[in-house]
Design a binder for this molecule. Structure first.
Ligand code: SAM
Ligand code: DTB
Ligand code: SF4
Length: 352
């Protein structure tokens, strides 16, 4: 058996990742299971609930997104939700069994006038005893620090696809804008949730390169959502070809192998997956889901159905702080931050 440290790599190259994608399904699943079992209890799945706190009329042109103001998807746009309402929804999610509450806003970046309310939401949800996650678009350094101070645990900001394919999907913000936001988040010590979407017409090379961008970050994102495109009427990707289910599962397995300590989340698209397909994604190493009948604007499986599925598969929801890989990840992160501080100090001293 490998030393677990040697499995944590940040130097993946395209040939070896494409090779993983070309393994036979059984060989890939076997490898993913071996990695998964070295880092996680295979019968535990983390459960997060999503809430759209500001819906629609987004200035960005992401071709997959029902909330973009560039397309006519028939979505009712809504202003920022009242703090009290958000806290009520969080309490309901907690009662239903979620341990993390993720709040999403259809913004390019959070407007200054709304930001104080965002901080109140973080503080309030945290006080309930839930883990907090937000996805608000691009952040500047000041905003990132304020979110961290308010108690935000995770910031979700997806790379979405490979750098090569990115320009065919989004033109209103760049790949490097996204990487910049991720680096601000990392520097404050918050945890990163970053992943992408599969099924937008990308190639296997694009899927491999998206995973390389994530896995070759200085520290792997703690949470890696893999979304299967939800084809929404009125978006430019409405008629894209269906994705082969096995190709989606392969993507989860490769993410698991490349980022062994991360929670890989089976994210959007579950409503269009059979229960057998979902079970195969858990076997491939997915160990987190969005739970609750709505994602941000599109449907997700009924909570009761998910509870039954967990029971039938012998899966238990992961409790907060029970995951042993978090401790290792924290130590690795502290090491990385210290190394960066040391090198900044060194660099400044040389400049002086
Ligand atoms: N506006 C913020 C941003 O884009 O950074 C946060 C919310 S946005 C809806 C969060 C993520 O949801 C996107 O990055 C994308 O990966 C995912 N997403 C949006 N629409 C989707 C769809 N139709 N199918 C699958 N995933 C989708
Ligand atoms: C992520 O990667 N997927 C979630 C969450 N992060 C914010 C969002 C999925 C959105 C699916 C389309 C919708 O419901 O609007
Ligand atoms: Fe806006 Fe986010 Fe949708 Fe892009 S994915 S259009 S940034 S809400």
């Amino acid at each position: 058996m490998h030393n677990t440290k040697s499995l944590i790599r940040n130097d993946w190259n395209i040939d070896e990742v494409e090779q993983l994608f070309s393994l036979s399904f059984s060989d890939l699943m076997f490898q993913a299971q071996q990695v998964h079992r070295q880092f996680f209890d295979p019968n535990r799945v983390q459960v997060s609930t999503l809430l759209s706190i500001k819906t629609g009329a987004c200035p960005e042109d992401c071709k997959y997104c029902p909330q973009s103001g560039h397309y006519h998807t028939g979505l009712d746009k809504e202003k920022l939700m009242q703090v009290q309402k958000v806290l009520e929804e969080a309490e309901l999610a907690q009662k239903a069994g979620a341990t993390r509450f993720c709040m999403g806003a259809a913004w390019k970046n959070p407007p200054a006038k709304d930001f104080p309310y965002i901080l109140k939401m973080v503080e309030g949800v945290k006080q309930l005893g839930l883990e907090t996650c937000m996805t608000l678009g691009m952040l500047n350094q000041e905003q990132t620090e304020a979110l961290s101070k308010a108690g935000l645990d995770y910031y979700n900001h997806n790379l979405d696809t490979s750098p090569e394919f990115y320009g065919s999907i989004i033109t209103t913000r760049t790949y490097s804008d996204r990487l910049k936001t991720l680096s601000y988040v990392r520097d404050t010590g918050m945890k990163i949730c970053s992943g992408g979407i599969v099924g937008m017409g990308e190639t296997i090379h694009d899927r491999a390169n998206l995973l390389i961008q994530l896995a070759n970050l200085p520290v792997h994102p703690e949470s890696v959502p893999i979304n299967m495109l939800v084809k929404v009427e009125g978006t430019p990707l409405e008629h894209v070809d269906d994705l082969d289910s096995f190709d989606f599962i392969r993507c989860i397995a490769v993410a698991r192998i490349m980022m062994p300590r991360s929670h890989v989340r089976l994210s959007a698209g579950r409503e269009n997956m059979s229960e057998e397909m979902q079970a195969l994604t858990f076997l491939a190493g997915a160990n987190s889901i969005f739970y609750g009948e709505k994602l941000l604007t599109t449907p997700n499986p009924e909570s009761q159905k998910d509870k039954q599925l967990f029971k039938r598969l012998g899966i238990k929801p992961e409790e907060r702080d029970e995951c042993h890989s978090d401790v290792e990840q924290k130590t690795a992160l502290q090491g990385q931050i210290q190394a960066k501080q040391d090198s900044d100090f060194f660099y400044n001293a040389v400049q002086a």
